[in-house]
Design a protein around this ligand. Structure first.
Ligand code: C5P
Length: 215
């Protein structure tokens, strides 16, 4: 059991988890963690080092010797691979393509599971992802699941100028055997499809209310 407070936010790509999570974390003074950034950093590195993703033992050996660190800079978590801050590469096209197949590999998930759990030994967290409330912190008291229609989510990514096939990633994330995207037991579901930015802030206020009530 971890000693710090953990709030989990899960949901498909571009459902608004990051914005909601960042605002919530700021309001509460918690550390915001996008677990997807960790998968993305590994996808970037796997491409860079030309790792054969079809061989679990090759990946396991690679992860064992990989220098993968995090640092908090101006209240934000930055990820470093072999000393290089990879933050600016996390939305590269090749990363968007590789990340879901990589995230379906059990040895990769186990590697990050341990990292995510250990963050709660050090910080109060708002962590967003796909399996945070279901697998990583199933015992968390406050769990949210954000959703939005596939059309709205594809439009959001396009408006961000990012080339990302969210439908394909969702399909891969929801159908994989290990830790698929599901609504975690006990999670409050919020549909952000028709919410303006103002309404999203209202939804965050609702989340805050829920947290207060459950405290
Ligand atoms: O949240 P984001 O879109 O950055 O996540 C990128 C990918 O990382 C997801 O599509 C998914 O394949 C993987 N992921 C995951 N489990 C998490 C977070 C992300 O499998 N908890």
């Amino acid at each position: 059991m971890f000693i710090h407070q953990v709030i989990t936010i899960d949901g498909p790509a571009a459902s608004g988890k990051s914005v909601a999570g960042q605002v919530l974390a700021e309001k509460l003074g918690y550390l915001f963690v996008s677990s997807g950034h960790f998968y993305r950093a590994l996808a970037w590195a796997a491409d860079r080092y030309k790792i054969d993703l079809s061989k679990s033992e090759v990946i396991a050996r690679w992860l064992e010797q990989l220098s993968f660190q995090h640092k908090i800079i101006d209240s934000e978590l930055h990820l470093f691979i072999d000393g290089q801050d990879v933050t600016s590469h996390l939305n590269d096209e090749v990363v968007n393509k590789l990340v879901s197949p990589l995230a379906a590999i059990p040895v990769v998930r186990n590697f990050l599971f341990t990292r995510f759990r250990s963050l709660a030994d050090q910080y109060d967290l708002v962590m967003e992802g796909r399996d945070i409330g279901s697998v990583v912190f199933p015992e968390a008291k406050y769990k949210f699941y954000l959703d939005a229609s596939p059309e709205v989510r594809a439009r959001r990514r396009a408006n961000q100028g990012i080339i990302d096939s969210v439908t394909q990633r969702d399909q891969q994330d929801s159908t994989r055997t290990t830790a698929p995207l599901v609504i975690p037991e006990g999670a409050t579901v919020i549909d952000t499809s028709n919410l303006t930015i103002f309404q999203t802030h209202q939804a965050i206020e609702q989340m805050m209310e829920k947290i207060k009530i459950l405290s």
